[in-house]
Design a protein around this ligand. Structure first.
Ligand SMILES: CCOCCOc1ccc(-c2cn(C[C@@H]3NC[C@@H](O)[C@H]3O)nn2)cc1
Length: 448
């Protein structure tokens, strides 16, 4: 196997998410989500952008499928708008919502593309939020019921399921740092939410198995990757906390049935702990089939008493950055994959997101995004290295198929292989699209 050659059954794909691409926010019975509320609130999203129209993918299934088909992907990762299926979060099902996802899934299957479905990608129905959202234990039953509707409706067609995308973002970025919807700044609330979504994850996995489906189900943490500034125990411990915050905090309960002791002790020192009810940890500790790894960047950190809740101080080492300001650190992907494989028993892993923000525009009908090609190839080298090192990496999904609504950054931050003009919605394949098409067709690539 030559360098950068991938296994014959490697699952090449791309990824998107409902609120970021669908639009049609108030059409065909869709209910409001917390991201509709948040993006409609002045000052929350750059330029006052919102997902009302986004990429209009709700009305462009055939067009988007053509892009995927020409790209040659083996799989397409998308997410479900919960409030399009259950407008009030629970209760009556919206048949037009189901019909949209049947159109999408049927078109994928008809074109030989494996649907890879994320149940929850941050867009909680506002009706659930109005009852306390993920901070209220009733959200667990609501999510289980939503998952059951989806399993019964699509379980024969969809063989790959992710319960939650980036639990750290939906818990801490959204309810402690206040940067994403619903925008609270409450550490205990974020810890409560983390626990409730883990129980909800376990309930969904249990229900999937009880219903007799034999597909694969997992979770996709966004593990930030901290690299110690020095090899001192203090700096290494600071990075362990930073990585544990978004990774181990979710994966330890799933794989070991317990929260990581070093994080529990850290929270207890400052008066916080998860709201564990008897039986919760057993529910969370359901066997899963894979871990989805979302990787973008790493950061060098050292211990500093005054450096925030984790006492981990970011050290700017002058690394190159993408247009969103995230450092480019391809080696961090290998290190994260190695750590995850070593700690959790070398499970199947899919890179469910990796990509770069570069805001190149269309010039004479072309988008020259060589920087994105360089970023992707440097990270694929690390993925290839991980496979050579015995890690069970099974697939890679580039974030994203197309430019889309990048949450609090709005439309100004572009991650797509396909450029979207958000005034006309015209899609233009970037140079990186053609490069990735070549990589998939050949199942290998050459570094420039
Ligand atoms: C400690 C202070 O930090 C301040 C900003 O903190 C973050 C962290 C992480 C993110 C972030 C954004 N993305 C990309 C998305 N992943 C899912 C998909 O929807 C993509 O659009 N991943 N992580 C943003 C902001």
């Amino acid at each position: 196997m030559s360098i950068n050659q991938f296994p014959v059954d490697f699952m090449w794909g791309t990824a998107t998410a409902a609120y970021q691409i669908e639009g049609a926010y108030n059409e065909d019975g869709r209910g409001m989500s917390i991201w509709d509320t948040f993006s409609h609130t002045p000052g929350k999203v750059k330029n006052g952008d919102n997902g009302n129209v986004a990429c209009d993918s709700y009305h462009r299934v055939e067009e988007d499928i053509r892009l995927l088909k020409e790209l040659g992907v083996k799989t397409y990762r998308f997410s479900i708008s919960w409030s399009r299926i259950l407008p009030n979060g629970t209760g009556a099902v919206n048949e037009k919502g189901l019909a949209y996802y049947h159109r999408l899934v049927d078109a994928l299957i008809d074109n030989g593309i494996e649907p890879f479905c994320t149940l929850y990608h941050w867009d909680l129905p506002q009706a659930i939020q109005d009852q306390g959202g993920w901070g209220d234990r009733r959200s667990i039953a609501a999510f289980k019921a939503f998952a059951e509707v989806m399993f019964k409706e699509f379980g024969a067609k969809i063989k790959y399921w992710i319960t939650f995308n980036e639990p750290w973002c939906l818990a801490f970025l959204s309810n402690y740092l206040g940067i994403h919807a619903p925008g609270y700044r409450d550490l205990q609330l974020a810890i409560d939410i983390s626990h409730h979504i883990l129980v909800a994850h376990g309930e969904a996995v249990k229900r999937y198995r009880e219903l007799g489906f034999t597909g694969q189900i997992g979770i996709a943490p966004n593990t930030s990757w901290g690299v110690p500034y020095t090899q001192s125990e203090a700096d290494k411990a600071a990075c362990l906390r930073l990585n544990g915050w978004s990774g181990d905090w979710y994966l330890d309960p799933i794989y070991f049935g317990t929260y990581p002791a070093f994080m529990l002790e850290w929270y207890e020192k400052i008066g916080h702990q998860p709201p564990i009810v008897e039986g919760d940890m057993e529910t969370i500790h359901q066997p899963i089939d894979f871990i989805g790894i979302n990787y973008y960047t790493s950061s060098m950190n050292r211990h500093h008493d005054q450096a925030g809740m984790l006492q981990a101080e970011y050290m700017n080492m002058g690394a190159a950055r993408t247009d969103i300001g995230w450092e480019i650190y391809p080696e961090g992907l290998y290190q994260l994959l190695r750590y995850t494989a070593d700690k959790y028993g070398n499970p199947d892993i899919y890179i469910t997101e990796n990509g770069a923000c570069y805001n190149d525009e269309v010039d004479n009908g072309r988008v020259c995004d060589q920087r994105r090609i360089d970023y992707l190839s440097q990270h694929l080298v690390q993925a290839s290295r991980a496979i050579a090192d015995g890690i069970n990496l099974k697939g890679y999904m580039a974030w994203s198929l197309m430019d889309n609504f990048e949450w609090a950054e709005g439309y100004g931050m572009r991650f797509g292989l396909v450029h979207v003009d958000f005034d006309t919605l015209v899609r233009t394949k970037k140079d990186s699209y053609y490069w990735y098409k070549h990589v998939i067709a050949n199942n290998w690539f050459e570094l420039r």
